[in-house]
Design a protein around this ligand. Structure first.
Ligand code: FES
Length: 57
């Protein structure tokens, strides 16, 4: 599922980035993937994906 349409980023890509690079918050994720850096509409959902991925570990 696409989370960030502006940058074409999926929930799977976010989860992978969180796991592989130890990303723990939106600021780091934005720096890494650009998620939320354009229209900002995806920020809430992206945050949820980050949180759920961390909880799953
Ligand atoms: Fe992510 Fe626009 S959908 S910045």
């Amino acid at each position: 599922m696409f989370v960030c349409l502006c940058h074409g980023i999926t929930d799977k890509q976010i989860a992978e980035t969180v796991r592989e690079q130890g990303i723990g918050n939106m600021r780091e994720l934005r720096k890494q993937l650009g998620v939320g850096s354009q229209c900002g509409k995806c920020v809430q959902l992206a945050q949820q994906v980050v949180d759920n991925t961390i909880i799953d570990e």
